[in-house]
Write a protein that binds this ligand. Structure first.
Ligand code: ARG
Length: 704
């Protein structure tokens, strides 16, 4: 007997499954046998008694789960952090455990009310005493971990539990003597698994498969080289043996019905402090403010889900509910993350939702200087399409040239500080680039309920339409385009060759001719096939009238490229009467600027195609400026490029036959973008029809 080791247990005098607070209890209410439970408990008790001192706390009626003394609290040295049970069914145990600890002379720490933490069920010391592993996600709150670090003066490594069957850390994770670890990786999120792998070398990790995990093999009591558990497969026993451990099995099936086994039934109350391990809690907290129609728009749910799904936890510090339908609400949320890295990821996503630091909280952004041309400091803040403001000298400064996928450069001028988006390639040595997420906010429009419901573009907001709804959407788009044209606005079209293949060329040409398009963006291919169609009647060798492939048609596009190359440019071809119709013809005739960005296919290219991609992107960006509406027609890559260059607030319509492309492009988290899943040729023909209809209606109105 190693008398220096002590455990606390509680006899199953009042044990039963009386309620359901974990998946194991489902279907097991009053299904456990008292006699067998007593017998099994005795089995464990005697095994332990041979190896350590076992103290007992008196069982109490009305709290059947009190047998699971692992949940009494967390002990280190002479300190104990008492549990605060998540479920009210177990809260009645708290005073009895507290009394026992007080009587034993422990210094008792109590967490604030409403901050759940379930003791050694969710907090396990590394057996070398180097740190504390602490679980969260089901029963214990992440916010309890900093208290553990402070009171017990130890580094806390937070692990997020993901599988509700393994709701306590000790159901799937068991640190063993000599730095070994017995655990079931799928019970944790990927960040936690990475953390485990960083701390425990591969040769010390004993991985349990699902079969053993569901027999609670990880819920084991480790006394030196002995590991006591309900049951283990031969494979697991062998693995443990190789690592130098002896497995003792003792059936605990009656307790499995309540979701517990060997480890749950015990609490090690002698946990020596190993000096030299100071509290280094990696946990971080930040306070953020959200404002808007938090409930109506689901913003608060999205924010809180994002925090939890991203591995953090939150506390709503205050919530001011807007009382009238039109008044906005505001909330202050304390976000806690297990590490700085997770915090930064969470906060940048929350900023995208419009979260801001509380007033006066942050006076200045953090910046670092560029030392290598075209390379940002590691931790640089990546920009989004949303209008952004940054805190400089305690003032909010609007970021200029807002676009996605850039960095923000801050400079001081005699007129005051300036912030602007810059692409990585444009960064120069000495530029001050914003790093981290502090002092950054995005300005999101708060639409009232009514606005949101009546706005032209809202009914398909950020959604993807089905075929049946296409006509309705087209009607809206036609109306919008008509208005933009009448008001001298700007519509930009990005188009892929599919527009031509699907017979949409003539319709697009007409839109251009009739003044509905102010700029055209594409690649080499749309122009090649458009010209092929107009000169040879085929598109990629397919006869556009008959829909059949033409003999030798696959050479057509090269012939066409060659023809244009001979002319020197598309414009020359038009002038010389070589090109007399089509999309590009209309662009030239109507002086509509176009940019053809690159040709990967390597089939020419046309003399007008800009093969320097950086130049092409600059030209794209120039043509997008001031756009009111962007029509993206079946060209995924050009459209993604355009989407990234365009700040929020510009309406976008993305048409593609592939729903995945549409979802990707129209998911800008704003109400201004809509997706239409349909054949682009069909879409264009419907659009032209609708515009005609509007025109005739307009003419009728004029006559009346
Ligand atoms: N029925 C108990 C509960 O759900 C079981 C506790 C098991 N204890 C443990 N340390 N895993 O709370």
């Amino acid at each position: 007997m190693t008398s220096s080791i002590r455990f606390l247990m509680c006899a199953p005098d009042h044990y039963d499954v009386d309620y359901v607070i974990n998946p194991w209890m489902e279907g097991n209410v009053h299904k456990s046998s008292r006699d067998r439970a007593v017998e099994q408990w005795q089995g464990l008790y005697h095994i332990l008694k041979d190896r350590a001192v076992v103290d007992l706390v008196k069982a109490q009626p009305g709290v059947p789960d009190m047998v699971f003394t692992a949940n009494a609290g967390l002990v280190l040295g002479n300190e104990v952090v008492l549990s605060r049970f998540f479920h009210k069914e177990r809260q009645g145990e708290e005073p009895f455990f507290k009394q026992w600890f007080v009587e034993q002379g422990f210094t008792v720490h109590e967490l604030p009310k409403d901050l759940p933490f379930e003791g050694a069920g969710d907090a396990l010391l590394d057996r070398e005493g180097r740190w504390l592993w602490a679980g969260y996600g089901f029963r214990s709150e992440l916010d309890s971990h900093p208290y553990l670090a402070k009171w017990l003066d130890i580094e806390v490594l937070s692990l997020r539990l993901m599988d509700e069957r393994f709701y306590h850390l000790d159901t799937c994770f068991c640190p063993l003597t000599d730095g070994y670890l017995l655990y079931y990786p799928p019970a944790f999120d990927s960040y936690s698994n990475r953390l485990i792998e960083l701390r425990v070398p591969a040769e010390k990790r004993i991985i349990v498969d699902e079969k053993d995990a569901v027999n609670f093999a990880c819920n084991a009591v480790n006394v030196n080289r002995v590991v006591i558990m309900n049951k283990a497969t031969d494979g697991l026993k062998q693995q443990l043996k190789t690592a130098g451990f002896e497995v003792l099995e003792t059936p605990l099936t009656e307790f499995l019905k309540a979701g517990g086994a060997a480890k749950c039934l015990t609490l090690r109350v002698t946990e020596p402090i190993i000096p030299d391990h100071r509290a280094i809690a990696t946990i971080e907290s930040r306070i953020l403010r959200l404002e808007g129609h938090l409930l109506d728009s689901g913003l608060i749910n999205r924010a809180l889900d994002l925090i939890v799904e991203g591995g953090g936890s939150f506390q709503v510090l205050n919530f001011n509910l807007g009382e009238q339908r039109q008044s906005t609400s505001s909330a202050e949320v304390k976000v806690t993350a297990p590490s700085h890295e997770v915090m930064e990821t969470l906060v940048s996503q929350l900023i995208d939702l419009g979260a801001v630091p509380p007033p006066q909280e942050v006076c200045d952004i953090n910046t670092e200087t560029v030392t290598l041309p075209g390379v940002a400091p590691d931790d640089f803040y990546v920009t989004t399409i949303y209008p952004t403001e940054v805190r400089v000298n305690c003032q909010w400064v609007k970021v200029q040239k807002q676009r996605m996928d850039g960095a923000i450069v801050v400079s001081n001028t005699p007129q005051g500080p300036i912030a602007q988006c810059k692409l990585l390639r444009d960064l120069q040595v000495g530029d001050r680039v914003i790093v981290g997420t502090e002092g950054i906010r995005t300005v999101r429009k708060t639409e009232s309920r009514e606005q949101r419901n009546t706005q032209e573009f809202s009914f398909m907001a950020s959604g993807v339409s089905s075929e049946r709804r296409v006509e309705l959407v087209v009607e809206q788009i036609a109306w919008e385009m008509r208005q933009i044209r009448d008001q001298g606005g700007k519509v930009v079209v990005t188009a892929g060759p599919v527009v031509i293949h699907t017979g949409g060329g003539e319709h697009l040409a007409r839109l251009i001719r009739e003044g509905y398009v102010q700029a055209l963006l594409g690649g080499n291919a749309i122009a090649v096939h458009d010209i092929e169609q107009s000169i040879m009647g085929t598109s990629l060798g397919i006869d556009m009238k008959r829909g059949v492939s033409v003999n030798g048609g696959h050479r057509h596009h090269l012939k066409v490229i060659n023809t244009i190359r001979r002319c020197g440019s598309i414009a020359n071809a038009v002038e010389q009467g070589v090109l007399t119709s089509g999309v590009l013809y209309e662009c030239i005739k109507n002086r509509i600027p176009f940019v053809l960005a690159g040709s990967i296919r390597d089939d020419g290219p046309l003399p007008d195609t800009q093969m320097d991609l950086i130049k092409a992107q600059e030209e794209y960006a120039r043509l997008i400026e001031g756009a009111d509406l962007i029509l993206m027609l079946s060209s995924m890559l050009h459209s993604i490029g355009v989407g990234n260059m365009t700040p929020a607030g510009v309406k976008m319509v993305c048409v593609d036959i592939n729903p995945a492309v549409v979802t990707k492009l129209s998911d800008r988290g704003s109400v201004e973008s809509i997706g239409v899943v349909t054949d682009v040729g069909l879409f264009l023909s419907l659009l032209v029809q609708q515009l005609d209809r509007l025109t005739s209606r307009y003419q009728v109105a004029q006559l009346v």
